[in-house]
Design a protein around this ligand. Structure first.
Ligand code: N01
Length: 542
């Protein structure tokens, strides 16, 4: 049921479309590709001046993916996955961006993408069953479907520290890094935040800058990446079997297939020596697979404590000064905040030009024209790097005025926390889809795998509507309430609730504390497949 021509209405200059996709990252690009296979007249609207989404914006020193590059790439096109050559085990931001640029060119996607334009409002007209999408360039589109491919970690979180705007030096947020790069030579740099972005950037900033002062509110568990150039023989072996490899990924709880699987036994079922040997082996391999050392590290506090104390012991060995090592050692549940994958992070604190300020008990109280102030002490700096993360999963949607049935806004519908059915649709917002939305596995998985599953699901939903001559699909309130309860129940079985993480919205003042992602990719995917096979129970199709 494609709209003829995607034409502009000559009077109102309103473009008529079948689908508007918001965002041109991994999700938006694939969605556009699949929309074309359905013959849908589609426009992608992207705030950046290029494709890439999170990989367009996060250009800070050391930005790199923590998912192995052979897995963090599209699996939906055999020739693409055969022809693309990753150079390292973990790809850098520029290499991932080059990959997405290649994808955009290879499939001629740019002709349907409007860059440098932000979607400001989407509202649903119940009479016409169409969405009106308004963007920052003043244009309006009327469309049947809206796909929010806005990313889970794209809305920068800049803490409202008093005096922040009075600072006279340069300030940067890791998620909005200047494209021309930043020269820190001869500068004294404050870095606020020690999550993945801080941990990745601090070692490289320290190599350049005169002095680095790290302001740490919560220490991070980090395991080494052991990044290295990819072995051509290993790559050839993977490529020879890439289709199977990708299939395996979709049959796991995290969407990681080809690399190390989770060992299927409890940390408590082995001797201390065996446990240590297992952690040693995983530590030497490096990466997120450390949390797969045993099958219950995120379920059993006792098991978790063994992994946590193992990492603390490693930190104590790496960091020369015992007081600094103690400050860098988390005492929380390992993995309940996203585990960080590092290169030389802890070692960086052995450098004479790096110091650590603990702001857990006494927060950064003020920023003056020249200093970051903690506990009355003025730390004079030239630059401030905010590695303070994102308003995750809901932030980018919250910034758009989205109005559904009865004039109800999404902000209002989500005022007590996000509610969705399958993480894909919200009751009262027909034909609007959220790729890797809250209530789906998303950030607990290899993101590309979750994105592909959602895009293919949305494609198939639309295809089935058209095949049956239907025009809309929408979640019911009852099914949505059941789904939200289910997500909470599943998350409640895990240890994810044990700390103030962005998974819970705890990093943004005033944000409702709701565990947003759903643990367990394969079970989720199986459920989605069953929903489709059964004719979409829980959704109203009309
Ligand atoms: O953000 P974060 P991020 N005063 O929210 C601190 C993905 N990612 O950009 O923990 C002082 O994790 C805050 O402290 P606390 C990955 O999924 C992936 O680093 O809230 N400190 C925390 O230390 C990751 O999890 C990759 O107490 C303040 C830090 O800022 C997610 O993105 C690379 C503060 C924010 O850490 C987010 O990572 C980068 C304040 N007022 C990101 N406010 C890879 O693939 C906040 N903080 C490797």
């Amino acid at each position: 049921m494609a709209v003829a021509g995607g034409a502009c209405d000559p009077v109102a200059m309103t473009r008529q479309l079948d689908m508007v996709i918001v965002g041109a990252g991994f999700a938006g690009l694939y969605m556009l590709h699949e929309a074309r296979t359905l013959g849908l007249e589609t426009e992608v609207i992207e705030a950046g001046d290029g494709v890439g989404g999170t990989w367009y914006w996060n250009r800070y020193p050391g930005a790199r993916c923590d998912t192995p590059s052979m897995e963090y790439s599209y699996g939906w096109h055999e020739a693409l996955q055969q022809e693309w050559e990753w150079s390292e085990k973990y790809a850098t931001q520029p290499e991932i961006l080059a990959y997405l640029d290649h994808v955009a060119d290879r499939f001629d996607l740019r002709r349907d993408i409007t860059f440098g334009t932000r979607v400001e409002a989407c509202s649903f007209d119940e009479a016409t069953e169409r969405w009106t999408v308004r963007s920052s360039n003043g244009q309006e589109r009327i469309t049947r479907f809206v796909v929010m491919a806005t990313g889970c970690l794209s809305s920068a979180n800049l803490p409202a520290i008093p005096g922040r705007d009075d600072f006279g030096g340069r300030t940067f947020h890791t998620g909005r890094w200047p494209h021309e790069g930043v020269d820190f030579a001869g500068r004294c740099v404050a870095v606020i935040g020690t999550g993945s972005s801080g941990v990745q950037s601090i070692p490289l900033i320290a190599e350049q800058a005169d002095q680095v002062i790290v302001f740490q509110r919560t220490p991070s568990y980090a395991v080494p990446a052991h990044n290295e150039p990819l072995d051509p023989e290993q790559v050839a072996a993977i490529k020879a079997d890439y289709v199977e490899w990708r299939k395996t990924a979709r049959d796991t709880s995290t969407g990681f297939g080809g690399h190390m699987a989770r060992l299927d036994r409890s940390a408590m079922d082995v001797s201390e020596e065996e446990r240590r040997a297992t952690y040693d082996a995983r530590w030497e391999i490096g990466g997120l697979f450390f949390l797969g050392s045993f099958n219950d590290l995120l379920l059993n506090p006792e098991s978790n404590a063994t992994a946590a104390s193992y990492v603390r012991a490693r930190i104590a060995k790496i960091v020369d000064d015992p007081e600094t090592a103690a400050m860098l050692s988390p005492d929380t549940t390992i993995g309940c905040k996203r585990l960080v994958v590092d290169t030389d992070y802890f070692r960086t604190f052995n450098r004479s030009n790096v110091s650590l300020v603990d702001v857990s008990a006494t927060p950064v109280e003020q920023i003056t024209e020249t200093a970051v102030v903690v506990d009355g002490l003025h730390h004079h700096v030239d630059d401030i790097v905010f590695a303070t993360g994102f308003d995750a999963m809901t932030g980018s949607l919250d910034r758009i005025d989205i109005t559904g049935r009865g004039g109800r806004t999404l902000r209002d519908a989500w005022s007590a926390g996000p509610t969705t059915l399958l993480g894909l649709q919200v009751a009262g917002f027909p034909n609007l889809f959220t790729v890797t939305g809250p209530g789906s596995p998303s950030v607990l998985t290899n993101m590309v795998v979750s994105i592909e599953q959602h895009v293919e699901y949305i494609r198939d939903v639309i295809s089935s509507l058209d095949a049956e001559g239907l025009s809309t699909i929408e979640a019911t309130e009852e099914a949505q309430a059941e789904w939200v309860a289910w997500v909470n129940a599943v998350a409640g079985l895990t240890l994810f609730h044990g700390c103030s993480s962005w998974y819970l919205g705890a990093n943004v003042p005033g944000k409702p504390r709701v565990f947003m992602p759903l643990p367990g990719f394969v079970d989720y995917k199986t459920h989605c497949d069953a929903v489709a096979a059964e004719g979409y129970p829980g959704f109203v199709r009309a």
